[in-house]
Design a protein around this ligand. Structure first.
Ligand SMILES: *Cc1c(COP(=O)(O)O)cnc(C)c1O
Length: 356
């Protein structure tokens, strides 16, 4: 058995196992007792990154259930059906979510390495209220029949949970479809189980191909980045797979300027290119993670733009049923007349540009 499979077999998903890593508060104990019937838990590797004493540890908050999940002032019931356009006329298998013409999200499993408490698919992954039939062959057939789809985003759950054989099958079948030009995996395993990126997976994903593979992972806090993460990302890149990050803006976890800047600098240090910053979605039970909408744009303005490497800047978006909508904090075009624009930089100084 490989190391990553061993990690999953020893998943930290009970009070007894969690107590080996941290000193639990009574609030954490209460929530595990009350919500323990939902899926929760993480890998021993990720659990070992938790702070033993501090209940505000950003990793603890993402992994351990909270009684706050039972409050719901803003979350929508039936969120995922709304968000993924599952109630529209177009007939699609459960595994295909569609918001755009040329690309789709293809969910291949409901299993994860870590069950993020802030998950927007929590109705499927955590509470299991939404029952979906995720059949890979149904999805492949639907994609084959839709020549306008040129980009397939494989998601879940976490698709890297699949076996090497299943991943190879998926990639091979997608590459046999003439109109598929690129394949993306959305996986948190480079962060929560970097051991998954082993020699055997590299062999299945690697090599020069006309249809490239991209991976977008999710890293939300500097504490989640280790030597193992750096190695996993390097290993993906050396077999031809590019790695990006899709962070989620989480109250009390990464919404301070200091943490936010450091997170994005460290991502670049380990060769991950920040791609998106997501507003915390309207899934039910995650109000306690949600900031005001403007917060993400303000953080990019105040903590990244002009202050650090340009490549560290993600695009801040709200994911909705009609696609991802960028939220920007301000315009850098101050004014325009017949002859010139006045442009403003990050610290308020201005410069002129001619109207051509
Ligand atoms: C996010 C998403 C995509 C991909 O969007 P990009 O902006 O191209 O990264 C595609 N389909 C669905 C349903 C999505 O949610």
């Amino acid at each position: 058995m490989s190391e990553w499979q061993d990690q999953l077999r020893n998943r930290v998903d009970s009070l007894e196992k969690l107590e080996k890593f941290i000193h639990l508060t009574s609030a954490e104990r209460e929530a595990i007792a009350a919500l323990g019937n939902t899926r929760w838990g993480t890998t021993p590797y990720f659990a070992a990154l938790m702070d033993k004493e501090d209940p505000d540890c950003p990793i603890r908050k993402q992994v351990i259930p909270s009684m706050l999940e039972q409050q719901n002032n803003f979350g929508m019931e039936g969120y995922l059906v709304w968000k993924e356009n599952r109630d529209t006329k177009e007939k699609r298998p459960d595994c295909i979510a569609r918001q755009y013409t040329d690309r789709v999200a293809f969910a291949v499993t409901q299993v994860c390495g870590t069950y993020c408490r802030h998950c927007f698919r929590r109705e499927m992954t955590i509470s299991k209220d939404l029952k979906l039939r995720l059949d890979v062959d149904d999805g492949l057939k639907w994609i084959l029949e839709h020549p306008e789809v040129r980009d397939v985003l494989i998601t879940g759950g976490d698709p890297f949970i699949l076996s090497d054989d299943e991943i190879e099958y998926l990639v091979r079948k997608l590459r046999e479809i003439p109109h598929v030009e690129m394949i993306r995996f959305g996986s948190r395993l480079p962060i929560v189980l970097p051991q998954r990126i082993d020699a055997s997976l590299k062999k299945r994903l690697g090599g020069y191909h006309k249809v490239p593979i991209w991976v977008n992972t999710q890293c939300n806090h500097p504490k989640e980045i280790t030597e193992h993460t750096a190695r996993a990302v390097y290993d993906l890149m050396t077999c031809g797979v590019n790695v990006g990050n899709q962070a989620v803006l989480l109250k009390g976890i990464n919404d301070s300027a200091e943490v936010f800047t450091r997170l994005h600098q460290l991502l670049l240090n380990i060769r991950i290119r920040p791609y998106y910053l997501f507003y915390c979605e309207l899934a039910p039970g995650i109000d306690h993670f949600r900031t005001p909408l403007e917060k993400g744009a303000e953080l990019i303005r105040d903590a990244l733009r002009g202050r650090t490497t340009g490549m560290a800047q993600p695009l801040y978006v709200v994911a909705t049923k009609i696609g991802k909508i960028p939220i920007l904090s301000e315009s850098h075009v101050v004014s325009r007349d017949d002859k010139k624009y006045i442009l403003k930089n990050h610290d308020g100084r201005t410069v002129e540009m001619p109207v051509v």
